[in-house]
Design a protein around this ligand. Sequence first.
Ligand SMILES: CC(C)(COP(=O)(O)OP(=O)(O)OC[C@H]1O[C@@H](n2cnc3c(N)ncnc32)[C@H](O)[C@@H]1OP(=O)(O)O)[C@@H](O)C(=O)NCCC(=O)NCCS
Length: 149
Amino acid sequence: MRPAIRAAGADDLPALVALDEVCFGAEAWSTVAWSTEFDRLSEDRVILVADEGSVVGYAVLLVPPVALDVVELLRIAVSPAERRTGIGGQLMTAALARCAGRTVLLEVAAGNDSALGLYEGFGFEEISRRRGYYAGGEDAVIMRWRETV
Ligand SMILES: CC(C)(COP(=O)(O)OP(=O)(O)OC[C@H]1O[C@@H](n2cnc3c(N)ncnc32)[C@H](O)[C@@H]1OP(=O)(O)O)[C@@H](O)C(=O)NCCC(=O)NCCS
């Protein structure tokens, strides 16, 4: 069954906190941080979830109301057991559908092959690096997507 991609509601908060912990461990956002994301839904945040009865993936975007301002993809993740089945792609398709005419930026660890594969597949291109940005000295890769017409 392919999950439905839908906008998150406040009821999804506990599931997102739990799944983020599974996906990011020590780098997971706290409940307070997630609550702040939800508080900003009416302002500049978009939270999408992949729902197949339970939440199996999510994406968080910062979408400034000024159209010229860049969108940032803050987070995208899929439950480990469900990876490589197309859910990340489904989430990305839904996210980019909300970014018509805009520039989208993201940052990814240079060694995160799965995320890099996903992003490159959707046309994101490396535009810059932050050398040794992450703990352990790994580079952060800055990638950009622009809608091609
Ligand atoms: C990155 C992530 C969201 C991809 O989700 P996914 O559901 O597995 O992705 P999909 O199945 O839709 O795959 C889409 C494409 O991404 C690429 N990809 C996904 N996993 C990959 C891997 N392990 N190695 C190389 N490319 C990969 C492939 O191009 C793939 O297309 P294909 O299956 O036709 O070859 C998932 O691996 C994840 O949650 N990782 C941990 C969290 C994370 O690092 N998020 C990014 C930083 S915020």
